[in-house]
Structure formats: C-alpha cells, structure tokens
Unconditional design. Structure first.
Length: 307
C-alpha cells in the first residue's frame, strides 16, 4: 500500500530502501502508459529518421516502473538490486529527454536564419548544453553506483549527495536553456526574419512545446533535488504519490507534448532547407520545406520527385 509508514526492515543502518509499500496497480499503470508513449516515439523515429531524438526514446521510464512493480511484489523484503534499478532508470530518464530537447533549439534557429538572435552561437549551443547534460547524467549514475556499494548510512548519504549534485547541474543548465530560448523567441517576434515568414513549418508551435516541456522537466528536477536534499527520512520519501505525481506524470506529459508537436514536422531535413536558401532564395526554402514534408515538387528536369 502506498503511503507513509516506517514498518519496513532497515536495509543499511537507518537508511530504508522504501518507507512505503510501492502501489502495484499504480506502477502497472505508469509502466503501461510509458510503454505506449515509447512505442509512438519509436514509430515516429523510424518513420521520420530523426536520429537526434534517439536519446529521448531511450529515456522512457517504463523499465524503471517495471522495477517498481517488482518491488511491490517483493514487499516487505525489498531487494537492493531492484531498488537501484528503478531509482536510476527513473532518475536518469529526464537527462536523456533533455539531450534531445537541447538539440531542437539550435536547429530551429538555423532553420529560421536567425543566428544573430541567439545568446550562444548555434555552433556551440548544442555542445554546451549537451555537455552539461552529460555531466549531470554521469554524476547521477555515479551516485547510483555508490548506492549499490554502500554499506553504511554515511556511505548511502554520500551517494545521495552525488545524485543531488548531478540534479543541481541539470537544473542550472536547463534554467540557462530556458532563458536562451526565451531571449531568442522575444527577438524573433520583434524582428522576424524573412525565412520565418516563408517556411511552412509550425515553428511557433514548437517553441511553445519547448517551453512547456522545459518547464515540466525543471519542476520535476527541482522536486527531485528537494527530495534527495531532505534525506531518506523526509515526508517526500514516505509517500509514493509525490514521486508518481511530480516525476511520473510530468515526464509522461513531456512525452505526450512531443507526440503532439514532434520535431519532424518542422526540423527534419533542415540542412536541405538552408542550402536552398543559399541557392534559391526564400521561395526555394519554402519549396524545399514542402518537399521535406512529403509533398511532390517539380524536379530540375521538369519531372517530379518524391521526398
């Protein structure tokens, strides 16, 4: 049964793996909805060949919730391996989501011919944000590894602090990303580029999707920072519904947002669009983008060619 409770046997000193019995039905539901969402993204990834979205697909937390299902079955004799599995996979998933989200903004800026509006040069933008994301991922992974080896409460606390440091890096870089996206958005609204008028992609909708997904990941990451910062005996650790509500639901909503506003609608083949701008002007850009969207356009020899 989910909820507060301190009846479980101590796993490592005073550190308890769970301070509640994981709710079997709830975790089955979460595993199922993440599997469905992942299947939708895998289909779009395969069909549209948006390879930079591979980290996003890998980041789905379904296996983590399967680990929680196993824990619910194990209760009250929880296994440390199952605990580490579900903790790490649910903890690290958003870092992989973020890696793909970071790559969208730079591509969108180049697509719109708005490099001068970027706070960070697009050449470095993805590298900077993904580097921060990798550091966050590695620290959180290291924290999970330390949890697996911990023999005393102090060692487990140190592992939690390492995870906390990784989450802190994630929050800092994500905050900078949101500011970067907002400044770019304000600038292009005030002074639109010609390309922003000529292309047929719903780029404005994608910026809103970036805002929404970034806000959800930020709220989730702050919650996990507070959760780990308050320690294993905090009220946040005593009630499963905080985790399900402020992590599971929020990350599922991120998955839904990018099913609704998938980057393939606007960003697939963006390099081809930019090449056409250089050779054929804004009209060429619009035509090329229509071709990328799957329409048939006149070929150079007067025939037709497919996207």
């Amino acid at each position: 049964m989910a909820g507060g409770g301190n009846s479980h046997e101590t796993a490592i000193g005073e550190f308890k793996l769970y301070r509640y019995d994981p709710n079997l039905a709830a975790n089955i539901v979460f595993a199922a909805i993440f599997v469905v969402a992942a299947a939708g993204h895998v289909f779009l990834l395969w069909r549209r060949k948006i390879w930079y979205f591979i980290p996003f697909v890998i980041g789905f937390e379904a296996i983590g919730y399967i680990g929680r299902i196993i824990a619910a079955i194990e209760a009250p004799d929880f296994g440390l391996g199952t605990y580490i599995l579900q903790t790490l996979l649910i903890l690290l998933g958003p870092a992989l989501f973020a890696a793909s989200i970071y790559m969208i903004l730079g591509r969108m800026i180049r697509l719109l011919g708005a490099e001068e509006y970027a706070v960070v040069r697009t050449k470095w933008m993805t590298k900077i944000f993904v580097t921060g994301d990798v550091l966050s991922f590695l620290l959180q992974s290291a924290g999970g590894g330390l949890m697996a080896k911990a023999k005393t409460p102090s060692e487990m606390k140190m592992a939690e602090n390492v995870v906390l440091g990784g989450l802190g890096i994630q929050v800092c870089f994500f905050g900078f990303f949101i500011i970067t996206a907002a400044i770019f958005h304000i600038r292009i609204i005030k002074n639109p580029t010609r390309t922003s008028f000529s292309i047929t992609s719903p780029w404005r909708t994608h910026i809103l999707a970036l805002y929404a997904s970034s806000l959800l990941i930020m709220v989730r990451s702050v919650f996990r920072m507070v959760e780990f910062g308050m320690g294993n005996d905090s009220f946040l650790m005593e009630n499963e519904w905080y985790l399900l509500g402020l992590d599971g639901i929020l990350m599922f909503l991120v998955a839904v947002i990018f099913l609704w506003s998938h980057p393939s609608r606007a960003l697939v083949g963006y390099k081809d669009v930019l090449e056409s701008v250089g050779s054929g002007g804004e009209g060429g850009a619009a035509e090329s983008f229509q071709m990328i969207q799957g329409e048939r356009v006149p070929a150079a020899d007067g025939g037709e060619e497919d996207a």
